[in-house]
Design a binder for this molecule. Sequence first.
Ligand SMILES: NC(=O)C1=CN([C@@H]2O[C@H](COP(=O)(O)OP(=O)(O)OC[C@H]3O[C@@H](n4cnc5c(N)ncnc54)[C@H](O)[C@@H]3O)[C@@H](O)[C@H]2O)[C@@H](O)CC1
Ligand SMILES: Nc1ncnc2c1ncn2[C@@H]1O[C@H](COP(=O)(O)OP(=O)(O)O)[C@@H](O)[C@H]1O
Length: 512
Amino acid sequence: MPSYYPAALVKRADESLIRALAPGVPMRRAAFGLAQVVLRELRDHAGGAVGQKVWLVVGVGDNGADALWAGAFLKRRGVDVRALLLNPRRAHPAGLAAFRRAGGKFVDDVPDAPAPFGGGPGRGVVVDGVVGLSGKGPLRGHAAEIFSRPSGHRVVAVDLPSGVDPDTGAVAGPAVTADVTVAMGVFKQAHALNPGRCGRLELVDIGYPEAGFGPLGVLDGARGLTALGQERLAALLPAPGPGDDKYTQGVLGVVAGSPTYPGAGALCASGALATTSGMVRAVGPGAKALVAVHPELVVSEDVESTGRVNAWVLGPGADESTRALLLRALATDLPVVADASALRLVPDAIKRRSAPTVVTPHEREFEAFAGRPVGADRAAAAAALATECGATVLLKGHVTIIAEPGGQVLVNIAGNSWAATAGSGDVLSGMIGALLASAAAEHAAPVAAAIHSRAAALAAGAEPGAPITASALAARIPDAIRSARASGLARRTPSVRAAGRTGDGNAIGSYP
Ligand SMILES: NC(=O)C1=CN([C@@H]2O[C@H](COP(=O)(O)OP(=O)(O)OC[C@H]3O[C@@H](n4cnc5c(N)ncnc54)[C@H](O)[C@@H]3O)[C@@H](O)[C@H]2O)[C@@H](O)CC1
Ligand SMILES: Nc1ncnc2c1ncn2[C@@H]1O[C@H](COP(=O)(O)OP(=O)(O)O)[C@@H](O)[C@H]1O
């Protein structure tokens, strides 16, 4: 089941939900959940709720209605709530009536907080109820003006930050940058694809059945974006058993590094070595330099003289002198990770392969390899290339997209940006290779991406963190694997239902 859904599907699911429950129930739950989050924001950032200010910026649809209903709840809790109706004549009639009944006031602007950066008195919450699931294009007019200036208030978005495309997360003009986004019912694709605009995610239970969507049907078998949950990640990480030796865990062959770029090869090897307790072979003109850095590597000259391998990593730091070697490895029927120079030197041979292949471009490499730019819809771009090439496409970035040739699309949300450093991609391709040679081959790319982000966070240290090198990231891979395995084990015995995102996109919300 996906973790993040496309808007059209959610709209249909919402309609089924309304039919299954009494009319108005999902929206009241949505509004109640939203109000709880706003109250928490006031307590945490304005020093309390009673008498504090909340401004609702209200559009014409159900998203604005959620804001108005929440405003009514908040008003009854003693909050000073004011609504700014972007189009007073078209505002949701029932929502408006509820807000009026509760004694809510109307305004035509949102004043800046007197102490924008200090919190405390004067700082309130602005609720973005401009548009949600039906949002198209950037913010316009007054809404654009309100949300384009830093007001100093906390911004809570209803369902989605307005101006952000619900399916692609793309922003083509003025858009809300939320501190918190309160997702209704299920997460939408933009929650995964644009975490920078969403801020912290909270999920409100609006009545979908907890264990899947069976009774509603609509979301069953749905396509969307999947995140590996903690438990799944832990279960997929390979570990040697009593019967294992260095060969049975998978042997990886690495064609990386060259006299021109020795460093990239060393980093790739460090990623591979830290991700498997089996064996890594270094092959080709760069191999001797790599063994000087990593004595664990087993070196050979070419593909033919290399002992058995179960998978190849090709490309980091490779130069023209490795072209023939790359082609020979690609001609085998073994799984291959093709990265960096391999994508540039031998693209056609990579595209022709029928054996399992993972390509790992960043955006510029994607453009050169695919012959077209990634564009605004990163997930669709990766999925289209995966189908075209019959390969797994791992499109790197803060949100890494992993598109499988069969159509499944996974996302890895880094959670921090410290991995944006030279050489960290080389470490990643080594990690994918090690897993591709192992029993975890089928899920090598998403598992490696998740561990890579975790290792970057560990290397950067406690908040607020500090810059890291790719070598430092590689050095924390064992800790990342250990902590992922440990938290997966802990999750098998959950004791409480959590409200809010758990970091793996599989959070459940609670409705008191
Ligand atoms: N129907 C229900 O029972 C539920 C609805 N929910 C809420 O309803 C929302 C969806 O509501 P709607 O489908 O009514 O639509 P929205 O409220 O998302 O959008 C309303 C209208 O705004 C206009 N619009 C689109 N883009 C715009 C832009 N950039 N600038 C200005 N106006 C724009 C369009 O005419 C659109 O139909 C969800 O996101 C969620 O917040 C939730 O409360 C869950 C339950
Ligand atoms: N802003 C970011 N936040 C988190 N991770 C990032 C960010 N930018 C890049 N990364 C990650 O860092 C790595 C960079 O890879 P790449 O661009 O190939 O670097 P190099 O070629 O120098 O090794 C990838 O794993 C990518 O997902």
